[in-house]
Design a protein around this ligand. Sequence first.
Ligand code: ADP
Ligand code: MG
Length: 424
Amino acid sequence: MPRNSMRLSRFYLPLLKETPADAQIVSHRLMLRAGMIRQQGAGIYAWLPLGFRVLKKIEQIVREEQDRAGAIEMLMPTIQQADLWRESGRYDAYGKEMLRITDRGDREMLFGPTNEEMITEIFRAGVRSYKDLPKMLYHIQWKFRDEIRPRFGIMRGREFLMKDTYSFDIDEAAARRSYNKMFVAYLRTFARLGLTSIPMRADTGPIGGDLSHEFIVLADTGESAVFCDKRLIAMKTPSKGTDFDGDLQPVIDQFTSHYAATDEMHDADEFEKGVAQKDQISARGIEVGHIFYFGTKYSEPMKAVVTGSDGKDTPVHMGSYGVGVSRLMGAIIEAFHDDGGCKWPMSVAPYHVGVINLKAGDEACDAACEKIYTELSDAGVDVLYDDTKARAKICSHGSDRIALSSGHRTARCGLWHGGIKISQ
Ligand SMILES: Nc1ncnc2c1ncn2[C@@H]1O[C@H](COP(=O)(O)OP(=O)(O)O)[C@@H](O)[C@H]1O
Ligand SMILES: [Mg+2]
């Protein structure tokens, strides 16, 4: 994790005064203005210190919920060999979205848009028996997809951070249990980020298979048209104490008992007949996660087999599960902002407390601020201390609020009453 607390005078926070003309949605505008990201090319962004802090906090929550569900973290490279993708038949099928690279030895390489092939290769090299199953492996790594229309800042980038998990099971019934674990982990992850996510039946697209859900956060600026039953919004998030080795099917049944579909899968007739008029939501949404079960689509051609209890080799049943870690930051800002700027949920706020020295240079004020800054930091609170004379960049008023959460506290050290004033 980045250092917890920071003095503004030593920080790197390049704020923009002007709103960049090409930023069409509020999250993109605020991220640029508040010095969180800087564009380096179409759909390619540098994460500046403030944005990076939030990204790391999101990533950590995603990680914790993966670990809780029993997935194991690892790290695969960004660069992959074309030959691996020839084994699955996807090297040609993937098309122009794949960034293809040739190395100095004229070997064909690519910048990974996803990792099904690589994880299948890793799995088949290490697992022989059904007794080694089930397994869920994940990594959080940068992906590159040469999107035809990168837009909305990091929301649809070309380079973006994804958490991708892969499950390996002996048969379809077992694979569905893994699928259910990820389903619950996703509900918990997005809830911890302050977001209401709705699992919607989804098209399996180029990955193929027959069971898939997209996790959608409703937002006017979302790219997908979605249709769902209002009652899904009030559904209770599965608790921290959920037994991931127990039967999760009842939770999945509950969340899939109401209508919810993206436009590719939408059935207008079923929607009209099955959902009461007052409960019909027809809106736009941001896809923050996507889970698939695709059976033996990769294990068969790539020969990822295990010996079953009958002594025969059988291809493993697989699933893959993606979370758009960098996209989530945009989704969170879309959900939490006002005219004054970002209003972060506490779980991902870059700083929890802002200390503003109203009389920088005044001995008593400086000493009081130092004390508050140090003591709060030592107590594990993330503090941004505005020790500059220009001050008030981090305060809650005006249009430059950048760093704190909606429920943040600002300690204004004026000492004019012989003490400090803490304001929400
Ligand atoms: N171009 C992108 N920029 C940012 N995030 C993305 C992008 N493409 C996909 N993601 C995120 O990664 C998750 C998994 O991707 P996936 O479902 O494989 O992609 P897609 O829906 O584009 O086929 C998506 O749910 C989304 O949150
Ligand atoms: Mg998807």
